[in-house]
Design a protein around this ligand. Structure first.
Ligand code: CAA
Length: 383
């Protein structure tokens, strides 16, 4: 496996790094505290091509590969995990599905505005009673008698970017008796009547990314908004999540790297018992284990990215990358607080933010338990 970066990959990594340092770093702590959505910097990310990295240029994207996408998310997440998830949801959960399953006309109407960053896209699968058991959805779409539109009713929860989204990729049942085989995928235009945004979730971390419930009350959408065939919904959702999991793994990697780098710097500077704390084996071993886990995460993520770019099946590799990188982020950020001692527990330093931000990465886009299920099923060829 050759992970030597080409010129395009280096360029997008450097662009994301500079943008994160210059534009996001100055506001990261403040938006974590206030929970305000960073409209301005998200707009600028769109103008730089960071909101549709893998989308072909003819549909408003940057036309780059998956490793480029990973490198960009990693750099943004190192500075602010909220910006990274806003970016990941738009790139993977919204744009990926449209790039692969929409018709030419649908791409022009729904993909181009979000890939170019002019509009914001979100993804809507989870319901109050169904998170991990994603096929158990109650929201319904019924085809009108004339066959020209669908009427949608139901509730969806935990919609990342829901409070600000212009368009949402929505999964609902059309024939509930067929379970997951009776589901379909639609593009929701959030300006149409019948769509309501509910309560904004007060969250532990990624506080500047906005999350809410949404309701559909006789929401009418033209049939043109259906992506794929009736019955394809669940499979589209699963394949979109495969791609999304690489993005979340990259987000977790960026958070872990930030916590690691802060720990190394602190260990070189902080003194105790007349020595720098980095001279003590207790600290050295934490630093060593952090760096091994981060490196292993990186290799798993880059491997999944290459498989995806090479059009090989990558479900298992994406699950492995997401599982390992998210659990690494959780572990590394906790150890980073340990290295910092009391200072790490204070909001004066960003390590406590890294710790809170890391926590969601083992939950959204499939919990660690779901990733293990996917990996084990692939190994055992079982259900
Ligand atoms: N790609 C394409 N098709 C797939 C697939 C994949 N990766 N995985 C499964 N399928 C297909 C299967 O082949 C099967 O097809 P048939 O009907 O032809 O047999 C069908 O889908 C059903 O598959 P399963 O029987 O395996 O389905 P299941 O009910 O056992 O569920 C699961 C499998 C892996 C547990 C799945 O439900 C899952 O991934 N759950 C987690 C959901 C999730 O990640 N939610 C995240 C919400 S979004 C979010 O978090 C966004 C955010 O905030 C940032």
């Amino acid at each position: 496996m050759d992970f030597t970066l080409n010129e395009e990959q280096k360029a997008i990594r450097d662009l994301a790094r500079d943008f994160a340092q210059n534009e996001i770093a100055p506001i990261a702590a403040k938006i974590d505290e206030t929970g305000e959505f960073p409209y301005e910097t998200v707009k600028k990310m769109g103008a730089l091509g960071l909101m549709g990295i893998e989308v072909p240029q003819e549909y408003g994207g940057a036309g780059l590969d998956t490793l480029s996408y990973v490198l960009a998310i990693e750099e943004i997440a190192k500075v602010c995990a909220s910006h990274a998830v806003i970016m990941s949801v738009n790139n993977s959960l919204y744009c990926y599905g449209l790039t692969h399953f929409a018709t030419e006309e649908q791409k022009k109407a729904f993909l181009e505005p979000c890939a170019s960053g002019k509009k914001i896209g979100a993804f809507s699968l989870t319901e109050p009673q169904s998170g991990s058991d994603a096929g158990n959805m109650k929201a319904r779409a019924a085809l009108s008698v004339q066959g020209d539109k669908y009427v949608i009713n139901g509730r969806k929860s935990w919609i990342t970017s829901g409070p600000v989204a212009d368009f949402i990729v929505l999964f609902v049942a059309t024939q509930p008796e067929l379970k997951h085989r009776g589901t379909a995928c639609f593009i929701v235009d959030t300006t149409l009547p019948g769509f309501e945004r509910g309560k904004k979730e007060p969250k532990l971390g990624i506080r500047a990314s906005a999350t809410c419930e949404t309701t559909y009350d006789n929401y009418q959408v033209p049939s043109f908004h259906r992506i794929g065939k009736e019955g394809d919904g669940f499979k589209i959702a699963m394949s979109v999540l495969d791609a999304g999991r690489i993005g979340i793994a990259a987000q977790a990697l960026g958070i872990a790297e930030a916590a690691y780098e802060a720990s190394v710097a602190y260990a070189k500077e902080r003194e105790a018992f007349g020595s720098k704390i980095g001279e003590f084996q207790a600290i050295q071993w934490m630093i060593a284990d952090m760096s091994v886990r981060i490196e292993a995460s990186r290799l798993l993520i880059y491997n999944a990215a290459l498989k995806k770019s090479n059009h090989e099946k990558f479900t298992r590799e994406a699950a492995m990358a997401k599982l390992y990188a998210s659990e690494t982020a959780e572990w590394v950020t906790s150890k980073a607080i340990q290295v910092h001692g009391g200072a790490g527990y204070s909001k004066e330093l960003p390590v406590e933010r890294y710790f809170r931000d890391a926590r969601i990465t083992t939950i959204y886009e499939g919990t660690s338990e779901i990733q293990r299920t996917v990996i084990a099923r692939a190994a055992l060829d079982a259900k």
